[in-house]
Ligand binder design. Structure first.
Ligand SMILES: [Zn+2]
Length: 415
């Protein structure tokens, strides 16, 4: 058959990287093999052809904080980084914990350039209301400590929340920092001291220690300590359905390189060298399930003057991937698992995440040999800055396709 488009390059499949071609027609991958015919041919020889990246942890800020980001600008940042599906978090000023808020968000997200999914919030006063939005969300989010926006749940009746989420069949993402530990170290001099590894570990223990009754599939958000990874592996060994994320910034930065840099203030904080190395090893060994940005755009002045927590990341997804592969020796097959197939499967998106006939043509081609210095002026996120500013990466996204439509062509973002 003659395809709409044929891509040629090094295709990253679950079984390994193969020199091949991918035939795309009507928004779907139709063929993977040699000698394919297409009305348009893209030669990406030497580049890695990944299934489009799926980021299960982003904050696109709309509605309420459009000065930082909206669905259009946030999705443009995603395309820039090679991300073709995102799952947005519910902690807006008016949280996504009821059908009206969810419907409004879905409507607003229609201007996005890529596919946007939603996490549901859990109302502190009426957790049972979470069942009403089950059909419109890919999962729920639980906070174990106080957070921005009202979508906080400080862990009060956790067992009940776990049971309610389990009954929806959706997974639960948990922000693990224990409020009791945070209260104990209140007034600490630095942000890292005020949010110590013990806070994360205590919250993870609490979640993984839940017994009795039903427990949903649990995702430990932004795991950042070696002990978190150990606890997750142990719980998995005991048959618990638990997974964990690593953020790009926790893999890339460590304490010494960031001390005093308020732009890098984030929760949980950037950790020390040994935790960062444990997270990198965990990614290589398959202990880290999901590569995420926790894209949290704030304006630079909010960061420098108020020290608000959170860093943007979508613009730099493929930059960091190129560093992981070329600089850290991470197998591209592991990247495709943590950045595409595992997150897609976790969210129940069975139509994407792998390059295989019949799947949605969501594809990200990364040129691993096209060095680039990150500049704030290139950032598509409305926040207008990157935590990686001034850093050189070995490669970046070169072609990005969502449902067969090219959103980036030979480094040029066309949408
Ligand atoms: Zn987050």
């Amino acid at each position: 058959m003659e395809h709409d488009l044929v891509l040629e390059g090094r295709v990253v499949t679950p079984g390994g990287v193969i020199d091949s071609e991918v035939g795309v027609t009507d928004g779907l991958i139709r063929e993977v093999g040699r000698g394919l015919n297409g009305s348009k041919k893209v030669s990406a020889r030497g580049c890695l052809i990944f299934p489009g990246f799926v980021d299960i942890h982003v904050h696109l800020r709309e509605p309420g904080w459009e000065r930082k980001e909206d669905f259009r600008t946030g999705s443009a940042a995603a395309v820039h980084g090679g991300v073709t599906t995102v799952a947005d978090m519910p902690n807006n000023p008016s949280p996504t914990d009821n059908p009206e808020a969810l419907a409004r968000k879905a409507e607003l997200s229609r201007k996005a350039l890529i596919d946007v999914k939603f996490h549901g919030g859990i109302s502190r006063s009426r957790p049972e209301a979470l069942a009403k939005i089950a059909d419109g969300v890919v999962g729920y989010k639980l906070y174990m400590s106080e957070t921005t926006g009202a979508a906080a749940f400080a862990g009060g009746d956790m067992e009940r929340v776990l049971k309610l989420v389990a009954s929806t069949g959706k997974p639960l993402s948990v922000h693990c920092e224990d409020q009791a530990v945070l209260d104990r170290v209140k007034g600490a001099e630095t942000h890292s001291e005020a949010r110590p590894p013990e806070a994360e570990v205590a919250a993870v223990r609490k979640v993984l220690g839940s017994r009795g009754g039903e427990i949903p599939v649990i995702n430990i958000c932004h795991a950042s300590t070696s002990e978190t990874l150990r606890l997750v592996s142990e719980a998995r060994g005991n048959g618990m359905k638990v997974r964990c994320e690593a953020t790009l910034h926790h893999l890339f930065f460590s304490g010494r390189s960031v001390s005093g840099n308020r732009l890098l203030t984030t929760n949980p904080p950037i950790r020390g060298d040994s935790d960062r190395e444990a997270m990198l090893s965990g990614l290589k060994e398959g202990k880290v399930d999901f590569l995420v940005t926790d894209h949290a755009p704030h304006l630079e002045e909010e960061k420098s003057e108020l020290g608000v927590a959170g860093v943007p990341g979508l613009d730099d997804f493929s930059h960091v991937v190129s560093w992981l592969v070329r600089g850290q020796g991470v197998d591209p097959v592991r990247i495709a698992s943590a950045a595409s197939s595992s997150p897609a499967a976790h969210l129940g998106l069975v139509d994407r995440g792998v390059i295989r006939p019949g799947m949605r043509a969501d594809i990200t081609v990364v040129d691993m040999h096209s060095p680039q210095v990150v500049k704030n002026e290139d950032v598509k996120s409305r926040c207008g800055w990157s935590p990686y500013e001034g850093r050189e990466f070995p490669g970046r996204a070169r072609w990005v396709m969502s449902r067969g439509e090219l959103l980036m062509e030979d480094f040029e973002q066309v949408a």
